[in-house]
Design a protein around this ligand. Structure first.
Ligand SMILES: Cc1cc2nc3c(=O)[nH]c(=O)nc-3n(C[C@H](O)[C@H](O)[C@H](O)COP(=O)(O)OP(=O)(O)OC[C@H]3O[C@@H](n4cnc5c(N)ncnc54)[C@H](O)[C@@H]3O)c2cc1C
Length: 385
């Protein structure tokens, strides 16, 4: 296959694009009282009430089959929704992971009973999931996962520790990558995924405070946690293949382009005023847009591959790596532009948003896989490693 084959332009189909107007009208109303520095949190923002409202409108699990409570629509319908959620800075963090990857994973690998139990509640905005992949010594090197679920008569006995688990303190469930056989030296072999009910005895969840003062990710400890037989998702020993496919969902969406979009829009509003306008600011706006437009086109093309049932792992890594670079460029260059102007009447709300996004931005190229690892994957995709 030619490299160019991966870069074909794709259009969002008209029937999915048509969803945008309705979503915009709802979000304009729902977020109108929220200040920009809170909206800038968006998929880090947490509101179970808001998730339930979206669930009631059929806007969670839009790609999942109707028989499990989903919308039965294409990946493009979800793309339009996600773009608008981020565009408005809607607080979608509570259902985000369940919608993006846990429910699709359960649909792909789960038993019929698991699908019927979990997916409808995800779609209603009632069941929330977190991802238990990283461990203190297994972040980028996931194959060295050491948390162990030992098969026994009742199911599996779980012991070990996860770290950086987003929203573990709020969620009912974790899908954890664990070792069900062999040792950490076996690398990819012997890994499985299990669904862990976080209310079980033996589980301790400890939130970690980040630079901005938020506590959204956690340490999670498992001390002789007894899981049932129905905890296993997919096949025992197939955890590595399953996790790799799941990461394409995690890395492919518009959230890897638009983490700084509320800040960018708010800054543009300021640049449109006589006080905020300067030649340098206009040049910067153009520079950001000329990067954003092709990246968005690439991101839409990845959705096409997902819509066809493919697993575009390398393409998703490419978009995430370039996308997070732009997401980090936006706050850094806006800060340079604002402070170089030496203006004394900068809008306070703009500065508050800039402060939050600046503090959060180092994490953009960490969460969901670090820059170095993604670059290695891209090199491998090009046959260079
Ligand atoms: C905001 C946020 C939310 C997160 N949420 C979750 C979550 O919900 N669930 C979850 O499981 N994890 C989560 N993570 C963890 C995240 O995915 C890990 O931080 C990431 O995988 C890196 O692992 P690490 O922190 O252990 O760093 P390490 O793996 O120790 O890496 C440290 C540095 O070394 C580099 N490095 C490591 N190995 C190599 C190599 N082979 N070649 C070149 N360079 C290398 C890395 O790129 C990095 O720069 C989250 C992280 C953040 C910041």
């Amino acid at each position: 296959m030619s490299t160019l084959d991966s870069l074909a332009l794709t259009c969002i189909p008209a029937q999915d694009e048509a969803l945008r107007a309705e979503v915009r009208a709802f979000l304009a109303q729902a977020t109108k009282e929220m200040p920009a520095h809170l909206r800038a949190r968006s998929w880090g923002g947490y509101s179970t009430e808001f998730s339930r409202q979206l669930g009631a409108r059929g806007w969670i699990g839009v790609t999942l089959p109707r028989e499990y409570g989903g919308g039965g629509r294409s990946a493009f319908a979800r793309y339009v929704l996600v773009e608008e959620f981020l565009n408005f800075g809607a607080p979608v963090g509570s259902h985000w992971i369940a919608d993006r990857q846990s429910a699709p994973l359960i649909l792909k690998y789960g038993t019929e009973a698991q699908k019927r139990f979990y997916i409808p509640r995800v779609c209603r905005g009632e069941a929330f999931f977190c991802i238990g992949m990283s461990e203190p010594n297994a972040g980028s090197d996931l194959a060295s996962v050491a948390t162990r679920a030992v098969p026994n008569a009742q199911g599996f006995l779980l012991n070990g520790q996860k770290i950086w688990t987003t929203n573990a303190h709020h969620c009912q469930y974790m899908i954890a990558l664990v070792r069900t056989s062999g040792s950490a030296e076996d690398r990819q072999r012997g890994l499985s995924q299990v669904i862990v009910d976080l209310s079980l005895p033996g589980i301790t969840v400890r939130p970690i405070e980040d630079l901005s003062g938020d506590s959204h990710f956690c340490e999670v400890f498992f001390d002789n946690v007894q899981l049932g037989l129905d905890a296993l998702i997919g096949a025992e020993g197939q955890g590595w293949e399953q996790v790799t496919a799941e990461l394409a969902f995690e890395r492919s969406g518009p959230e890897r382009l638009f983490s700084s979009i509320v800040l960018f829009d708010q800054w543009l509003d300021w640049v449109r005023t006589p006080a905020g306008r300067s030649e340098a600011a206009v040049l910067l706006a153009g520079k950001v847009l000329t990067q954003l437009a092709p990246l968005r086109a690439m991101s839409v093309a990845v959705q096409q591959r997902l819509a066809e049932g493919g697993s575009p792992i390398i393409e998703a890594a490419l978009v995430k790596e370039l996308g997070t670079t732009l997401e980090q460029f936006i706050p850094a260059s806006i800060a340079d532009a604002l402070f170089a102007a030496e203006s004394e009447d900068l809008p306070v709300e703009l500065l508050m948003t800039l402060k939050y996004v600046t503090e959060a931005s180092p994490s953009f190229s960490l969460r969901g896989g670090t820059r170095d690892i993604l670059r290695g994957m891209i090199a491998r995709g090009l046959g260079l490693r």
